[in-house]
Design a protein around this ligand. Structure first.
Ligand SMILES: Cc1cc2nc3c(=O)[nH]c(=O)nc-3n(C[C@H](O)[C@H](O)[C@H](O)COP(=O)(O)OP(=O)(O)OC[C@H]3O[C@@H](n4cnc5c(N)ncnc54)[C@H](O)[C@@H]3O)c2cc1C
Length: 407
C-alpha cells in the first residue's frame, strides 16, 4: 500500500472525516467488538494518521490524529491505548521508524488491537537515568543472539507478549555505541518475570531476568550497534505519551481537585478555605497553561520523532500531578489521612490510569516524576538540548564500556 497523496490540509481533513464516518458506519460503536473495531481502524489508516499506510496511518500531519480521536470518542467508539500504553505510545512509533517491512507487518496491527501487549525492557538495577550504561548482554550465535542479564521496573511485563529490549552487544566501544535493540518474545524459554510491589500495594511493574534467551537476528530492531538511536526514538515518544495528552478544560487531576473543593469548601469563607482556594487557583492556572501548551505542540507537531522539547510536557505533568493530589488530600481534611486500601498486593491487568480513588492517586502520582525519566533528568535535557546551556561533565563518554568502573 502506498501513502495517499493529498495536497492541502483541507483535503487531508476531508479524507480523515470520510474514513472516520465509514468506520463508524461499518462498525456501529454500540455493538462493535473492540478488537474488530480497532483492527478496522488500523486498516483504514486511523491508528496513527502520520504513520505510512502500511503502518496503520495515512502519511498525513499528526495534528489530525486529535480530530480522529475526538470524533471516535464522541461516537462512543472503543479505544485502545489505555490497555497497551507502552505499545501504543512508545513501541509502535519506534517500530514504524526503525523496523523492517516484515517487522511492521508482523507487529503493528496486533499491537494496536491490544491482542499483543508490549513492555519496555530498558532500565536495569545499575542503569536508570544513565540507561546507556546498561549491562544486559546479547552475544551473537550464528543467526541468533543469546541474551543474559536483568531488567527492572518493567511495566506490564507480566501481561506482555513482547518486549522492546536494549542490550549490550559490544563492550569494547563507548557505552552509547555498543547497544543493539531487539523485539523479544516474553514467553521464550529463559525469560522470567517477577512482580515488584509499589507504594499503592499493586505490582504494575516487574523484574525481568534473562538466562540464555535465544533471539533470532530477524528480531533485531535497527542496525547492530544502533540501539541507542532506536531507544532515543522510544524515549522521546515516551515523554510526549506520558505528559502530552490534551484532555478537556478542567478534566483529569485538576477536575478531581475542583470537585473536592466545590463539595467541601464552596460556601466556606474562612481564612483556611481561602488559603486552599489560592492553592487550587494556582494548580488550575498551571494545569490550563500545560494543557494549552500541549495543544499548541500537538498542532505544530510534524511527522517524525518528537524533539527534546517533549520534556516540557513530561516535567510539567509530573510536578503538577503531585501538587494537585497533595492539595486533594488536604481538601479532604482528617479523612485525607485515612487510606482505605488494604494494600491488596495484586498484579493489575492494566496501568492505573484515571483512578477515582484520591488516596490511591495521591500515592500513584509520586511515580510520575520517576517513570519515563526523572524530573531532574528532564531539567538537564531542557537545559542542555533546548536552552543550549553547558552540558554536565561526562567522563565515560569516550571510554570503552568495559573499562568504566561500576559496582
Ligand atoms: C512507575 C514506574 C514505571 C516504570 N516503568 C518502566 C518500564 O516499563 N521500563 C523501563 O525500562 N523502566 C521503567 N521505569 C524506570 C524508570 O525509567 C527509572 O526509574 C528512571 O529512569 C530513573 O532511574 P533509577 O530509578 O535507576 O534512578 P537513578 O537513575 O538511580 O536516579 C536516582 C536519583 O538521582 C537523580 N539523578 C540521576 N542522574 C542525575 C543527573 N545526571 N542529574 C541530576 N540528578 C540525577 C535522579 O533524578 C533520581 O532522583 C519505571 C519507573 C517507575 C517509577
Amino acid at each position: 500500500m502506498t501513502d495517499v497523496i493529498v495536497s492541502t490540509e483541507d483535503e487531508a481533513r476531508a479524507m480523515v472525516d470520510r474514513e472516520v464516518e465509514d468506520l463508524l458506519a461499518q462498525f456501529p460503536p454500540a455493538s462493535a467488538d473492540p478488537t474488530m473495531f480497532l483492527g478496522a481502524q488500523f486498516d483504514r489508516g486511523l491508528a496513527w494518521v502520520h504513520f505510512p499506510r502500511s503502518c496503520g496511518g495515512l502519511g498525513i500531519s499528526p495534528s489530525l490524529q486529535g480530530r480522529v480521536l475526538t470524533a471516535l470518542r464522541e461516537a462512543g467508539a472503543p479505544s485502545g491505548g489505555w490497555a497497551n500504553p507502552i505499545g501504543h505510545g512508545m513501541v509502535a512509533p519506534t517500530i514504524a521508524v526503525h523496523g523492517t517491512d516484515q517487522q511492521k507487518a508482523r507487529y503493528l496491527r496486533p499491537l494496536f488491537t491490544n491482542e499483543e501487549i508490549w513492555c519496555q525492557l530498558f532500565s536495569e538495577p545499575g542503569a536508570g537515568s544513565d540507561v546507556a550504561s546498561l549491562a544486559t548482554r546479547a552475544e551473537r550465535d550464528g543467526d541468533e543472539w543469546v541474551v543474559n542479564g536483568q531488567k527492572v521496573w518493567t511495566t506490564l511485563a507480566h501481561l506482555a507478549s513482547f518486549g522492546l529490549l536494549i542490550a549490550r552487544t559490544d563492550p569494547d566501544v563507548p557505552k552509547h555505541r555498543g547497544i543493539t535493540a531487539f523485539l523479544v518474545d516474553m514467553h521464550a524459554p529463559g525469560v522470567e518475570v517477577r512482580p515488584l510491589y509499589q507504594i499503592t500495594g499493586e505490582a504494575e511493574f516487574n523484574e525481568v531476568f534473562f538466562t540464555d534467551v535465544h533471539v533470532a537476528d530477524t528480531a533485531r530492531l535497527g542496525e547492530e550497534g544502533n540501539g541507542w538511536g532506536v531507544s532515543l526514538t522510544t524515549l522521546m515518544n515516551e515523554r510526549v505519551s506520558i505528559g502530552g495528552n490534551v484532555g478537556g478544560r478542567g478534566s483529569g487531576p485538576i477536575g478531581d481537585a475542583v470537585a473536592l473543593w466545590r463539595a467541601r469548601y464552596a460556601e466556606d469563607r474562612s481564612p483556611h478555605a481561602r488559603a486552599l482556594r489560592d492553592r487550587l487557583m494556582g494548580c488550575w492556572a498551571r494545569s490550563e497553561a500545560a494543557r494549552l501548551t500541549n495543544m499548541r505542540a500537538a498542532q505544530n507537531r510534524r511527522a517524525g520523532t518528537p524533539g527534546p522539547e517533549g520534556s516540557v510536557a513530561k516535567l510539567a505533568f509530573a510536578e503538577e500531578n503531585k501538587r494537585i493530589y497533595e492539595l486533594c488530600v488536604d481538601l479532604m481534611g482528617a479523612e485525607g489521612t485515612l487510606h482505605s486500601s488494604d494494600y491488596p498486593r495484586v498484579r493489575p491487568d492494566h496501568v492505573a490510569l484515571g483512578t477515582t480513588d484520591i488516596h490511591k492517586a495521591f500515592l500513584r502520582v509520586r511515580a510520575n516524576s520517576i517513570e519515563g525519566g526523572t524530573s531532574e533528568v528532564m531539567r538537564n535535557i531542557l537545559g542542555e538540548r533546548v536552552l543550549g546551556l553547558p552540558g554536565e561533565p561526562r567522563r565515560d563518554k569516550d571510554v570503552s564500556w568495559k573499562d568504566v568502573p561500576r559496582s
